[in-house]
Design a binder for this molecule. Sequence first.
Ligand SMILES: Nc1ncnc2c1ncn2[C@@H]1O[C@H](COP(=O)(O)OP(=O)(O)OP(=O)(O)O)[C@@H](O)[C@H]1O
Length: 591
Amino acid sequence: MSNTFQVDLRGIVDLLSHHLYGSPQVYVRELLQNAVDAITAVRHAEPEHAGRVAIESADATGDGTLRISDNGIGLTEAQVHELLATIGRSSKRDDLGFARHEFLGQFGIGLLSCFLVADEIRVHTRRGDAAPVIWTGFSDGRYEVRPGPEREPGTSVTLIPRRGAETWLTGAEVTRLAALYGAMLPIEVTVDGERTTIGTPPWERRADRRESLLRYAESVLGFTPFDVIELHVPEAGLTGAAFVLPTPINPAVRGGHRVYLKRMLLAEAVEGLLPEWAFFARCVVDSTELRPTASREALYEDGLLETTREAIADQLRGWLVRLSSTDPRRLSEFLSIHHLGVKALALHDADMLRLVEQWWPMETNMGRTTLAEFRARHGVVRYAATLDEFRQLAAVAAAQDVGVVNGGYTYDTDIIERLPALDAEIRVERLEPTDLTTTFDALDRETELRLRPFLTGAQRRLDRLGCEVVVRAFEPASLPSLYLVSRAAAFHGEFTATREKADDLWGGVLDALASAAPPDRPQLVLNHRNPLVRRITALGDPELTALAVESLYGQALLLGYHPIRPADAALLNTSFLGLLGRAVPGSGDPA
Ligand SMILES: Nc1ncnc2c1ncn2[C@@H]1O[C@H](COP(=O)(O)OP(=O)(O)OP(=O)(O)O)[C@@H](O)[C@H]1O
């Protein structure tokens, strides 16, 4: 035994009219769509037919109703029963149920959206020479058909407002909605006598296209774009433009695009039209082939949408490539706006990584340069992973012609470390302050022997600060001393500070860990090429020598932006005052 589903009409009407659509305002779109489709149907037989759609808002009708009239194909009485009164039946599908290409509608439910604002829908229609009819539909699922008064071929739909929905039918509101959804329609639409269509979309204009696109972005999107990229995807019958945002945005915030289907607005913030990396562009496009979801608020995710996304991405990529070869200055302007977003994506997108490598100038100890240039010059991308390490290294490394990139800014170290994934040829190397000691020259035996008493004294002085004193010769000669901390020692330093603050329970845990991390003492490296250091090592006065060593220690800490512990601050203070005391002869001094 086979049965058919029972349908509760009231429930279906309620479901489709109230729950499918996001807002009652879509009723204007659905009415416009039906009027335009009816005119398109006439144009099949008569291509020159001058279609027009006129809306009279409640302001014009004067009785609270809204009327929309078209000189389209109209309906016979039989069609009224079949099409208007059958939910899910549409004249816009072929015998196999496929959407017919030339029409906007396809599902056979759009008219129900009028029940969002109306209790009653009246359709007065005439097809060719057939007798005019009036169909009246009610939101509870009933309808009536009766002969209508004489009229021109075409259709007028009148909405009798629901209580509380009257404002949706006012002149201002209807004008706004007709312009929002239908400004680009190829058929003239008026609301209360005023035209709401603008004719050719700005991206289709032959003359002054760029200017009209810029004006469009300003008036509709609300910004003056950094640049405009025209888009064409023939498979999707898509034309339009991508506007590059003039200010930085967070790439994680998904920006939507303005999408028209057959010149009717689908939505103002459609997602999924661009890949994630193209966060810096806002598009306005019109497509004849992409499909809407039934609510007409989003694009249907299918193979064509995927192909389209890739094609648009290629066009944006092409823009970036063109900019890099024809106008690198513009490209750096672009990057100075969007670098944070571009860098964030470079962490997982090879194209963006390449863009950063080739075009984003990073800070190095030899001035700002791109990673690509740096590599060409130095062979390997040597970098300091933190700002502190970079500051310690920069001057000394530069004096020895060792290039170092500052990886301390947001994402930079991660980006550098990802470069080998882009190209196995690329070598990257993290440089640590202590790596520099290998490029320092040891002193000759004789000098070393001569300096031994000085070193012993200096070491004794700095022992309590946990620092080892060595003398080496290095460039630049103008730099008297350097304080070098290895990664392990920096860790140990933090660790000891924490241990001092921790209570017994945590202290015990930390002690257990400490035994696993043998400390590598920080070094104060004195530069024997520096004339002042030479004089200090040759001083006969032990007290003055001690003050000088402490000052060099303090100066090296400050120069390398190292943290100043309380013991360091105390030492800086006493050595400074001590030196000052020696330098300024006072009345108490024997002179
Ligand atoms: N102004 C009109 N002139 C002529 N026929 C119309 C008009 N409005 C509606 N119709 C007929 O009524 C049918 C149902 O309209 P409805 O808006 O519910 O669905 P649709 O436009 O076919 O599809 P969709 O649900 O995608 O909008 C249409 O297929 C069309 O045949």
